[in-house]
Design a protein around this ligand. Structure first.
Ligand code: FA5
Length: 342
């Protein structure tokens, strides 16, 4: 038996020297250590060894088994290391000092407008908050003073998921969570993507961006609201913009307004982008309803605040003279890659 063990070891070493690939190593393992492998057969032959030698021979076979397993594992490890080293050595070298030969990317116009707005509001002491795209009925409607079966729900044809959640129809859906997170006083903006089941046209999309803002403190009034809206618009457009404020109904503000800007595509004459009215509905706003403050854990006797829901996609249309809102989601690089890349 001892001779047989020695012979097997020598045979193994000879074949090991020739095994250069992972497949060859695996074949070697099966041939010696597999279910019907030679070492396994040797172990089975142990039953014919005289009782007084069984322990000693058994030990020798186990040592052989451990040593063969170790050699195969080491060879596999060294193959893996070599493959990794080859991959690293053959990888394309990158020299950061050379001019780039890759085509240069550009930011989406909505990203550019969002960055502008964030800069403007951060400079006025607002924080920038993030919020989910999938939310629930409470946050999107009930916490905003829109109970179930309220007719105001008809204004936003909502995509519901099978589990009862929904795609947010308005960035106002984040108001409650943000009030609960920070309490009062509070100054925050929260840009985000909104979804509505809309028939699309030059100024309506089913997927569009809004940017919500809230300011809550003692003695906040409509004049604060108007000041911030005017400052924001003149900063974004870098000039005075004609605006008009008219009454608007949203259950979560009282009083509520529609802030329209004179259409910059047609100069106010009327075109498909402004539904031929010369004005574009851009930023509904108002003083936050006491019920909404209470739902957010803020005492309406002590604090007041304003909120606005800016149509960021429409703002990008006006800023960059894009006539059709559907271009934004078109994936058409010719249309989308021509904007200032800052
Ligand atoms: C709202 O969504 C309110 N949450 C806004 C608000 C916030 C009011 C805070 C008061 C206080 P409205 O449905 O009007 O309101 O949408 C707001 C803006 O989003 C619109 O003025 C418009 O600029 C933009 N918008 C709305 N629907 C679409 C659409 N289908 N495609 C592109 N932009 C849209």
């Amino acid at each position: 038996m001892e001779n047989k063990i020695k012979e097997l070891k020598e045979q193994f070493e000879l074949r090991m020297a020739e095994a250069l690939t992972a497949e060859e190593l695996e074949a070697l393992r099966v041939s010696f250590l597999g279910k019907k492998g030679q070492v396994t057969e040797l172990l089975k032959g142990l039953r014919d060894v005289p009782a007084e030698k069984k322990k000693e021979v058994g030990q020798l076979i186990n040592d052989l088994k451990t040593s063969l397993e170790g050699e195969i594992e080491a060879a596999e490890e060294s193959l893996r290391n070599k493959a990794l080293a080859d991959a690293i050595n053959n990888a394309k070298r990158y020299n950061p000092t050379l001019p780039s030969s890759e085509p240069k990317g550009s930011y989406h116009p909505i990203t550019l407008v969002q960055r502008d707005l964030e800069k403007i509001f951060v400079s006025m002491g607002f924080t920038v908050e993030d919020y989910f795209e999938v939310t629930d009925d409470y946050n999107c409607f009930e916490a905003l003073n829109i109970p179930k079966h309220h007719p105001a729900r008809d204004m936003q044809d909502t995509y519901y998921l099978e589990n009862g959640q929904l795609l947010k129809t308005q960035t106002s859906a984040a108001q409650n969570a943000i009030m609960k997170k920070y309490g009062a006083p509070l100054r925050a903006i929260f840009p985000g993507r909104c979804f509505r089941n809309e028939s699309t046209d030059a100024c309506h999309e089913n997927t569009f961006f809004q940017m919500e803002g809230m300011m809550i403190d003692k003695d906040i009034s409509i004049s604060n609201l108007i000041y911030f809206m005017k400052t924001m618009l003149s900063e974004v457009f870098e000039r005075e913009i004609n605006v008009r404020l008219r009454p608007g109904f949203f259950p979560f503000v009282e009083p509520g307004f529609e802030l329209d800007i004179s259409c910059l595509i047609c100069g106010g004459k009327g075109c498909p982008s402004c539904k031929n009215s010369g004005w574009l509905e851009l930023c509904p706003c108002g003083m936050i309803h006491p019920n909404v403050l209470t739902a957010g854990g803020i005492d309406p006797e002590e604090y007041t605040g304003f909120a606005f829901g800016l149509g960021m996609t429409r703002l990008a249309m006006m800023k960059y003279g894009i006539k059709d809102i559907r271009d934004f989601n078109s994936g058409n690089l010719k249309a989308l890659s021509q904007f200032e890349n800052n």
